[in-house]
Design a protein around this ligand. Sequence first.
Ligand code: ADP
Ligand code: ZN
Ligand code: ZN
Length: 740
Amino acid sequence: MADSPAPRVLRIAIPSPLRRLFDYLPQGAPPQGGWSPGLRVRVEFGRRQVVGVIVDCRDDSDLPLAKLKPIQACLDKAPLPGDWLWLCRFTSRYYQHALGDTLAHAMPVLLRQGRPLEARVRERWQVALNGDPARLGRAPRQAELLEMLRQHPQGLTTQVIQAQSFTRDQLKALEAKGLVSCHEETLTGPTPDDSQGLLASPALALNDEQAKALNQLHQGLDRFHPCLLHGVTGSGKTEVYLQLIEAVVAKKRQALVLIPEIGLTPQTLGRFRQRFRVPVVALHSGLTDHERLDAWEAAASGRAPIIIGTRSAIFTPLARPGLIIVDEEHDGSFKQQDGLRYHARDLAVVRAKRHGIPLLLGSATPSLESLHRARTGDYAHLRLTRRATRHAPARLELVDLKGRPRRGGLIPPVIDAIKATLDAGHQVLVFINRRGFAPTLACHACGWMAECDHCDARMTWHRQPPMLACHHCDRRRVIPDACPDCGSADLRPLGSGTERTEESLAETFAETPVHRIDRDSTRAKDALEKMLTEVRRGEPAILVGTQMLAKGHHLPHVTLVVVVNADAGLYASDFRALEHSAQLLEQVAGRAGRAAHPGRVLVQTMHPDDPSLRLLAERGYDALAESLLEERRIAALPPLRFMALIRLEGPREDALTALAREIAGELREQVRSLALDLDCLGPVPAPMERRQNRYHLQIALMAERRSQLHPALEWLAHRLEAWPEARRIRWSIDVDPQTL
Ligand code: ADP
Ligand code: ZN
Ligand code: ZN
């Protein structure tokens, strides 16, 4: 590189929603490797100073060179990792998102602000091997300090020593006397030497199915080898991950593990950390900016062999990539729903292919996308059909809600089953996907219902604290004393939410603790862990919870799971609703009977004869998934076709509709003139047309081949950016949307 001529122009991605790059002139001495893509630079942009990233070095610009500004400074000694830059460029192109914004999203905040990418270090002090005690002299505090260090042969960090009221000067004095030595280590911890082995605790002996799966995975460690590990909850998928990671780390390569937001619990991390002696670096929303940068650096430098993180961890650079695992690959939290609308699982596929490494997607209830690819042979399909701990998975029993009295949403036979379970000394999980006291408040005299002024939605009645709240726009109102329409005071809750079910269960089972676990009850830090710790002690208890409880948490004493209402996904307008709702039901059911007792799952429904629900109950998720895939094929929907959604929103319905029609018209024109093989549908109202007092419309593009979508979307993004009327509305492009 050193002897290649210096470029005259640097093309830079600036953090901004604009889908274009900006040219600047180099200034100052280039870093050692010369000007190159991936270097961060500080530049003037309008009146601001921003941190941009060089993406191209060129000799010319579309503008006269005299018009270009020089950069202010180069911030890096070496470019950010090339694979990271490649992934960001891919992401930007695939999801039609501005590159500058994509890069900013994909790096830790401190890098975005221009901090250097360096490992933070700390000092560790140890007693020197050949120190001469006579040199201590008369220094009682130093003597005490020396004694303390003697008791810790592996050494102590400055911070720990200072916490014991010793000073740095005392340490320095001992060092000068040759009695202690100091060395620096990175904050993510030292990499232990190989002689002690990788494992802190031994791997389990695998059962036949696990062994077969692992064997097959071992065959493909050195190439792109996408696999779907399809195994019921408790079948030992995590054990397979752990042993595969062991093999990868033994080859001095790194493993990146993505897990859903809700799944990254101290328990999950604990399981990885107990197994491995090498550091396990976690990337999650609870980290400080500094910790996040440390973790990123440790991954990028190759010091961290195992990285576990949620969605955005897919952008973690790896010096020696060896394996990517996506646990609970069907989980909705892998898809970002605003801004850069990427899917971490899909990017994991792209990334594994680029690196030429294995990719393992694990789930008890795989997405139809992944199942489809497993069926067509794109992915190896590895199955675990038995629970590692003997018990067969609990079956769903449908319970007819029609015409039966309900208390807190539960009908008498279900309440009896709860009683029997508690009497047997076990725990019960009541799953209800609505927080608050009741889904809404209704007038018994005239039928009025509390509706949000700003959305096409009802307001939820909350008791703690008392209010009506819209879960779509967060508007709040006081609870009226009388019906605003007819003046009647006979206002009653309609339906049940977690608060009401909790209240009624607490009345019925006054002797038994009832724990409510939802977003409201777990706002306080550690509130969830505290409740779970209590629950894990195993005393009879009832847990009333939302989907926060469906995943990740092991609840070994729960032997009865009750689903208050299974009907949400049955007749929804979103074609994925049934798939998502079936996944959730299976996940919830998977909580039952994990330890010594088999479980029961009672599912309340108004539609016990619904064919999909019956298929799920009688033959399980896999059978339902097969039938859903067939329906998607007939209806020509994803995953059999590729889809993109253009969402448009504005304050005025008529103006928005007129503009949306014009946009769709131009788009169709473009599709024709580019001879693209795709369908353009709409504009149609979004499922909740009015939200936050704004109107929402959408245009859908569908194609057999992915390649047909992108030219149309790229054209549209540029057209909308340059379209003056489009400035008055908000628009976004969602490629492979997960919700309509
Ligand atoms: P999954 O990830 O599929 O839900 P886990 O890996 O968490 O399943 O395994 C469920 C339980 O079974 C865990 O307690 C785990 O320790 C245990 N387990 C897994 N594999 C084995 C095995 N081969 N032998 C004994 N116990 C196992
Ligand atoms: Zn009324
Ligand atoms: Zn609202």
